[in-house]
Design a binder for this molecule. Sequence first.
Ligand SMILES: Cc1cc2nc3c(=O)[nH]c(=O)nc-3n(C[C@H](O)[C@H](O)[C@H](O)COP(=O)(O)OP(=O)(O)OC[C@H]3O[C@@H](n4cnc5c(N)ncnc54)[C@H](O)[C@@H]3O)c2cc1C
Length: 444
Amino acid sequence: MNETMTEPSRQTPVLASADVLVIGGGPAGISAAIGAADAGASVIIAERYGFLGGIPAICNMEPSSWCRQKNTVMPGGVQALLEKKMLAYGAAEEPLFQPSASYNYDTEMLKFVVDELMEEHHIRPVYHCLVTEPYIESGAIKGVFIESKSGRQALLGKRVVDCTGDADIAALCGAPFEKCNLGRDEKEDMMYGTLIFGASNVDISKVRDNLSIHPEMLDRVRHEFISDGFSKARADHYPIPPNGFQNQVIFNRMTRGEVTAINRVRVPVDGNDVLSLTQAEILSRKEALDTLELLRRYEPGFEDATLRQFATAVGVRETRRIIGNYQLTLEDIIGERKFDDSVGVYPVCMDGPKLCRSAMTNAHFQIPYRIMIPQAVDNLLVAGRSVSATKDATHTTRGVDFCMITGQAAGIACALSIKDGLPVRNVPVSRLQEILQHQGVRIS
Ligand SMILES: Cc1cc2nc3c(=O)[nH]c(=O)nc-3n(C[C@H](O)[C@H](O)[C@H](O)COP(=O)(O)OP(=O)(O)OC[C@H]3O[C@@H](n4cnc5c(N)ncnc54)[C@H](O)[C@@H]3O)c2cc1C
């Protein structure tokens, strides 16, 4: 790694520099960093929290590939690498919702496992830093400014991958993007946010017994646990906490006396608005406790349940999407479209309020490189849930494994563009595909 301390300005010291700067350490960022490092680049990954993992780790989101079934075509690459390591640590378990073939991750172990991955791939993480501004020269991004307990500093990179999930860097660079409304028009609404929480002192055998008597309580396709506690509560005129599913909770891992991730609360949130985020946190915590009280009263096994944890932050599902060189559509997904610039495959599955479909067959589509290329700025790629896609396509493109493929491809493309001395938009796709395949990614 190049540690030369050149200053972009007298006031702002340079903390470090590398070939590739990855901003945001979620599924896309982790994959971008590994993809770039394995393709020969020095890499820094900058993250605002004290750990990597993104939504899965921040929000205790356990089943990253919940859509996956026996015949599902999986992308491979970093997704498979991470899964193998989580299994080796005993940190991934089979799902409650058989015959699903996904795993539920222990989202605390995930943080540790990803630290190890970074070390093994010689990637330098910088935690506890919020990237606040791009450093641009002649229309090309050359680094970013960060704010942290060390004050304002700069990180320099020859190429930058925006994996913030919010397209923060692309937007600050002036790249065009789309974003839905908050509660104005149902069709164009941003998806709700969720604060996942966990419960201790749960009688797991009683929960399991109840499930075996009432198998209809498990929606195996949507991975939802349909709690009959809600109907009992309703019959009793007990108030159902209003901001959430009205007849169900979703949970995945059940360990010794604990249900670690209860996913029920749904609140409106704009993840780019600090006051909206504040309000969502406060409302969600109240709603989570009210839900726990309902479960205590009406759900067998939860009689003595206590709060185990609130997730680190409310989970934001949707914010900005760049308008890139191509916009992926729902028709592309359902039509199993193939692209010349494919950087990976992803199963035909959706996870949205109105569109939910598991990957029951081997149907899959190809992901075009162009959805990661923003307009109006050079040296920058965008990976993860803010790639260029239409609103209805985001029910697919926000999937963790989808985000990982785009990350890995973006990381490799950056390394390749440095090697070849080309802008990222002109990277030779055949070479990109060659390296992706070499790194274990299925591209067709
Ligand atoms: C409650 C919830 C449940 C979900 N359930 C599922 C599911 O079951 N299966 C599934 O596949 N998907 C699920 N998703 C969607 C999925 O988790 C996300 O779409 C996916 O994690 C996006 O990955 P990403 O890497 O693009 O962004 P993220 O996971 O959001 O990661 C972005 C990272 O960047 C960091 N960051 C952001 N801005 C900055 C900045 N300015 N400076 C420094 N760091 C920054 C963040 O802290 C974060 O670590 C769920 C989402 C939510 C919210």
